[in-house]
Design a protein around this ligand. Sequence first.
Ligand code: FPP
Length: 244
Amino acid sequence: MSSQSQNDKQYSPLEQIPCHIAIIMDGNGRWARARGLPRLAGHRAGTENLRRVLRAAVEFDIQVLTLYAFSTENWGRPKSEVQGLLTIFEQVIDRELSELHEEGIQLRHIGRMRRLPPKFRQKVKDAIELTKNNQRLTLNVAFDYGGRAELVDAIRHIIIDGVPAEQIDESLISGYLYTAGCPDPDLIIRTSGEMRLSNFLIWQSAYTEIYTTPALWPDFDKEELYKALKVYNERERRFGLTPG
Ligand code: FPP
């Protein structure tokens, strides 16, 4: 279905809309290979797809969207792919920032900053500063992100701050994560059929519902998002308690 007809389509209202959705955007490489294209063409198609997923997320009234863009392990990919991805991300900021700002999107970064090239790092910081008061949707971009690295960084900061052992509890640790102040994800979506968390939000996902779809990320559209929301509505979230 074309995006235009998807926009016109009426989706039946759902009882529960997750406040926070996190997405593992997987399958760009396979999307490109299936078309005989280089991997970077898949990443570009995946980037183009962000617009329609963001628009759909706003239309479905999602409050927080977290996207796994680049993991701490992704630096190990071939140099040309890493460089290509960095260029794509920088171009996205240059091209899309003013529109994102006008649409009321608040941009946040989760992950480490220090390995980002200085010019790119500055653009990310400027984008965060520009959009910090926007309220329509918070977009967390996980870049140089790893759940284990996040815990390591949190523990280091707790020690540096001299927090006494008896004051360390779950809420204190949450407050030291990159996602401090953000609700835990209600739903994690992984595209391309893989069944792994791949070091994504490992602390925050303790009670998150997980949904996977065979759709490759560049093909994941509003219809696919609606399917994920419908499945989420059929789940009974018990948070370790008995059925209610
Ligand atoms: C996985 O596909 C995807 C990534 C490594 C992330 C790249 C994501 C984008 C380019 C989307 C744009 C995002 C932002 C925030 C600008 P893969 O290479 O692992 O695919 P494969 O498993 O099929 O090889």
